[in-house]
Every structure is written in C-alpha cells, then in structure tokens.
Design a protein around this ligand. Structure first.
Ligand code: FE2
Length: 141
C-alpha cells in the first residue's frame, strides 16, 4: 500500500502550496519504495535528508505567507509544524545511529501527519490566503 498517494482531496487550492505538497508526497513515496526494495540505509540517508530539508523549506514558506497576512491561527498552525520538526529530528538521529526501524516510523508518522494537517490546518490557511488575495493583488512570499 502506498503511504504517499496524492489525490485532489489533498488540494488546498493554492497552486504554489499544492506543488510543494505534491513534491513532498513524491519524495515520501520515493523513500518508501526504496525502503521496501531493501535499499541499504547508507543509500536511503540522502533521500531522508532531502525529504526533511524540503519539508523544512515548505514549512518556512507557509509560515512566511501566514505572517504576511497576520493570520490569526498562525501560532496553532506553527505548533503543528514544530511538532513534526521535533519528531523528525529525533527520528533522523535514530536513522543516523543505524536504527533500521526508524525510517519506516518516519514515513508512517509523516504520511499520517500530512493527511491530517493538509485536510484541516492547510485548508484553513488556503481559504484565508485566497480570501486575502481577492482584495490584495500581491503577497510577499
Ligand atoms: Fe502547514
């Protein structure tokens, strides 16, 4: 079963953010497939790093957009990003230490988290940003 199957149900209706989410799904899927194929942990590490770095860049992008519009649920939303940052850091440490179960745990955690976060927090953010853009022509990102 694929942990990272993109569908239109994941869309937050902001093309730039949707593209970043899709890219994260692709990276998650790439890592999952490599893991299932029994790739050596040494070869998985760059894919793990790429996924975590891309997630970090993406969170920062969303946080910049939310700050730019003085989004009232910013703290609540950022707390969700911070929870992933914390969990991912701990799992990356275990992966570096050679813990063979940690990559699978990271993928399951991230897949589940993305589903919930995209479905609620990012959708709410998307609606607010679209509304902002109806009355303002540009958005610093
Ligand atoms: Fe988010």
């Amino acid at each position: 079963m694929s942990l990272f199957k993109w569908s239109s149900a994941h869309s937050v209706y902001l093309p730039e953010i949707d593209a970043e989410h899709r890219a994260l799904y692709r990276l998650g899927d790439e890592l999952h497939k490599a893991m299932l194929a029994g790739a050596d942990p040494v070869h998985l590490k760059p894919v793990v790093d790429n996924l975590l770095e891309s997630a970090e860049q993406h969170f920062r992008h969303e946080e910049r957009l939310m700050r730019a519009i003085h989004y009232t649920s910013f703290d609540w939303h950022k707390r969700q990003h911070d929870a992933v940052r914390k969990k991912a850091k701990a799992l990356a440490k275990r992966i570096d230490a050679g813990d063979s179960a940690a990559t699978g745990e990271l993928l399951e955690f991230f897949s589940e988290w993305m589903r919930g976060h995209l479905g609620v927090a990012d959708r709410m953010m998307g609606a607010r940003l679209r509304n902002y853009l109806r009355f303002n022509t540009s958005l610093a990102s």
